[in-house]
Write a protein that binds this ligand. Sequence first.
Ligand code: BTN
Length: 291
Amino acid sequence: MTMNDALLPDPKESGLTPAEIRQGLKTSLLGRGRIDYFPAIDSTNLHARRIADEGAPEGSIVVADAQHAGKGRRGRTWFSPPGRGIYLSIVLRPRIPPAEAPRLVLTAAVAAAEALLAQAALPLSVKWPNDILIGGKKAAGILMEMRLAGERISHVVIGLGVNVNTPAEEMPPEIRPIATSLCVATGRTFSRVALLRSLLEQLEQWYGLLQMGHFERIRKRWLELARIVGRRVTIAGVDCTYAGEVVDIDPTGFLILKSPDGTAQRILAGDVSMIDTPYPPPGPKAPGNSS
Ligand code: BTN
């Protein structure tokens, strides 16, 4: 038996069909109504945006076993091999003004991190705004897409990709140095359906807090998971690169950066590189939400 065989998912492992997802699912909204499942699709986010535009209710989800045009942030692609990962998109209709949408990005990141920590004691951290790293390499990513209707949010699609049972040698060489999976990080395989349920359950809890006006709890947990305050970073924005020391996340979810000249900047999104020595990885922590 090769190392690769040892890491192959158990063939008896459940799939991700709607019936399997609903079995034992502890949510009252997410995944309770419409679940669109595809053995393979271009992108679950594309499909979710389509059905949201057609009126799919909040909590509808789209799941695939593989994506052939998985989308990442900033026009990147998301490597989505069959049967190895979670490719999930969730339709939400939040009652928050568009200006507060960055809060939702942080909410999704906290929920995803908690769901992964519930599976195993992982050296996990959140990289602003919403990458999930294990041992400093990316294991999960979130792509949030929003549709406005005048002054309000019509819907948001939260797309979650998690590298679950992907062996390192199956990853494209260009992402191997920066990507990992749960199985690479721990040496064992994981039940994708159990993790998917946990993602839905965690997101429902943290989203509930957001809707009830408790963003401060989400912000606090995000800061614990990211351990970024006080660190010097560079951030590649859409048009320029920012450098400075992270001061805080503000109440709307923007990153506050103190530039070398002492001025403060509010930054919405970008790619962060740490330029100081990383903190030691966090010890295993019991899932911190108790909503
Ligand atoms: C990123 O970190 O760049 C975001 C990656 C998001 C990937 C997920 S996989 C499910 C959903 N469908 C997509 O096409 N993208 C998101």
